[in-house]
Design a protein around this ligand. Structure first.
Ligand code: HEC
Length: 192
């Protein structure tokens, strides 16, 4: 026993230090990560600079309603903060303050040399999901920045029946439709 005592004395502070850091499974936000900003009414300020965020997938014409639509429908491009993507790839969890931006573009065609197919025309909408338990009791809140022809500067959280409920029920992983975004499908760590 005596022989182990020095070892215990040396390792005990290390163990206490590691213990004090809390459960390792809960990823904390990277301090560099862009965090959601709210105005004094609690509305989300439109996140900027997403052009430099991580692009996780795109789709065209995906609609949530049964109504038939003319043409190919809208393009959706989805982005998240690079640090949120890195945390997800490393741990399989989205850290607090994760944001997803769904950027909507109208389809356009027959411009310049284009004869067939569609490319992304003007941006016409922005939907955002935010994981912020301090701000929203459900853990995630959903915002739409559409305001006629231009994007609103701030948006109030949408009622849960409008957005949250479908994401909670049908999204593959923690309210995020990972199943539809190839970069996230690929990043999802394999189950042990
Ligand atoms: C009936 C189900 C449904 C409803 C209601 C819904 N969504 Fe989604 N949402 C989806 C699906 C499916 C996707 C993935 C495909 C896509 O549309 O790009 C998605 C994707 C998103 C994304 C990209 C991140 C992710 O989870 O994939 C955001 C942000 C988003 N929705 C915001 C909203 C907002 C804001 C509302 C309410 C105004 C809303 N959604 C209502 C089904 C829904």
């Amino acid at each position: 026993m005596k022989r182990f005592l020095p070892l215990v004395v040396t390792l005990l502070p290390v163990a206490l230090f590691l213990g004090a850091r809390g459960p390792a499974a809960l990823p904390t936000s990277d301090p560099k990560m862009a965090t959601p900003r709210y105005d004094k009414t609690g509305a989300l300020v439109r996140p900027e600079g997403f052009e430099r965020w991580t692009f996780v997938g795109a789709n065209i014409g995906m609609s949530y309603s049964e109504e038939a639509q003319a043409g190919p429908g809208e393009f959706h491009n989805i982005y998240t903060q690079p640090e949120a993507y890195a945390a997800y790839a490393a741990t399989g969890k989205f850290p607090e303050n994760t944001m997803f931006l769904l950027v909507v573009h109208e389809p356009a065609q027959k411009v310049s040399i284009n004869k067939s197919g569609y490319f992304e025309g003007p941006m016409k909408g922005l939907a955002v999901s935010v994981k912020d338990r301090e701000h929203s009791p459900e853990g995630w809140a959903f915002y739409s920045f559409d305001e006629g022809a231009k994007l609103a500067a701030t948006a109030k959280a949408m009622p849960t029946a409008m957005c949250f409920d479908c994401h909670a029920k049908h999204a593959d992983d923690d309210h995020v439709f990972v199943q539809f975004h190839p970069i996230l499908r690929q990043a999802r760590p394999r189950s042990p």
